[in-house]
Design a protein around this ligand. Structure first.
Ligand code: GTP
Ligand code: MG
Length: 192
């Protein structure tokens, strides 16, 4: 897919304030600092989503309109040590609400360098329960050594198959390899 235009539309705290459901949408989710915003920037060839070393950078639901045809949505993640119980709870409710209301294609980002995390697997479970299409994207591949990637990929597949009833597409990502960008964009295109 060729990217011909990308526009920032709006940032919202509540699902009720999301733009009209005129276009299909693709949402990026995953633990803080897993490169969600960076993945959007990489695929769009511009620094349009705010990325940072500091976990918790993305605080709102951010909408971008791509090629005047689909929404790309950068989501926050409040499940980290410093967030209060209340903010985690609000985040869970609002994120759940977001998924069931907007029904996006979900790109669930996981870090290749660590073994599958319980929260990632729980997330997959709820996506399956809600019948949402999702794809797993393994990030940080440019920092990887091939052997560990293969081991962790195998482990991830096993864990996913134990958790949900099918194995979704799993793709690799890094800002350095163009072939990976094309693979992710083709996958999105297939869904649209
Ligand atoms: N080496 C390398 N670093 C990257 C890459 N993509 C992102 N980073 C760095 O990783 C850090 C975190 O990236 P973000 O995209 O802000 O992470 P996020 O998942 O959006 O985090 P939150 O918004 O806090 O939930 C930033 O400092 C990025 O510059 C990549 O492909 N390679
Ligand atoms: Mg972010």
């Amino acid at each position: 897919m060729l990217i011909t235009s990308v526009k920032f539309l709006k940032s919202v705290a509540k699902v009720k304030d999301c733009p009209l459901e005129t276009f299909p949408e693709v949402a990026v989710i995953g633990r803080s600092n897993v490169w969600k915003s960076s993945l959007i920037n990489m695929l769009m060839w511009q620094n349009i989503a705010k990325a940072s070393d500091k976990p918790g950078k993305t605080q709102l639901i951010n909408y971008f309109l791509v090629n005047e045809k689909w929404y790309f949505v950068d989501l926050p993640w409040y499940w980290y040590a410093k967030s209060s119980l209340e903010s985690r709870r609000n985040w869970i409710d609002e994120t759940h609400n977001y998924f069931i209301t907007r029904k996006p294609l979900v790109l669930l980002l996981v870090d290749w360098s660590i073994t599958p995390q319980k929260i990632d697997l729980e997330f997959m479970q709820s996506l399956e329960e809600e019948n949402l299409d999702f794809v797993i994207v393994m990030t940080k591949i440019d920092k990887a050594n091939q052997k560990t990637v293969s081991q962790n990929l195998k482990l991830l597949k096993q864990q996913v198959q134990k958790t949900i009833s099918y194995l979704p597409d799993i793709i690799m990502s890094s800002s350095v390899k163009k072939s990976w960008k094309d693979a992710i964009l083709s996958l999105i295109e297939r869904y649209l």
